[in-house]
Design a protein around this ligand. Structure first.
Ligand code: SME
Length: 137
């Protein structure tokens, strides 16, 4: 619909702002949950193309956040066994769930090319971003 198109343009603009303004945010995207099929689906993103446009709940960092409803900060992706590699340049990742009326409808996913860049300030900031994003739904 037109509403979804406008929303996706806003989500893409948010991805672009984050990617351009934080040195260590090197891939920024949103995944959205389908609770019937228990899969995540890639939405607007900025950065390298990825083959992982559909991720089953439980799989990878993203799939785990779909089930845990909690932030997941990965300082070093090599130390994770349940991890889906998108690019060999990615060293670390942060995933923050997106809640609309208390329901986990998806997440913001950020990959970094440096080791251990994400702090609690990133978590608080991305929680705020997602609270603003939630108002679009
Ligand atoms: N690394 C993620 C997959 C998505 S890509 O980072 C874009 C994961 O393990 O869930």
């Amino acid at each position: 619909s037109d509403n979804n198109k406008v929303r996706d343009e806003k989500l893409l603009a948010i991805c672009q702002l984050l990617n351009e303004n934080v040195d260590y945010y090197n891939w920024v995207g949103f995944y959205f949950a389908n609770h019937e099929s228990k899969t995540l689906h890639l939405g607007p993103y900025v950065g390298a193309e990825t083959d992982h446009t559909v991720i089953p709940f439980g799989k990878g960092i993203c799939g785990q956040v779909a089930e845990s409803n909690a932030n997941f900060v990965v300082p070093d992706v090599k130390a994770q066994d349940n991890y889906i590699a998108c690019s060999l340049t990615v060293k670390s990742e942060i995933v923050v769930p997106l809640f609309v009326n208390g329901v986990n409808i998806g997440q913001i996913d950020i990959d970094s090319h440096v080791i251990d860049p994400f702090t609690e300030a990133d978590e608080r900031f991305l929680e705020f971003v997602n609270q603003e994003v939630a108002k679009l739904f």
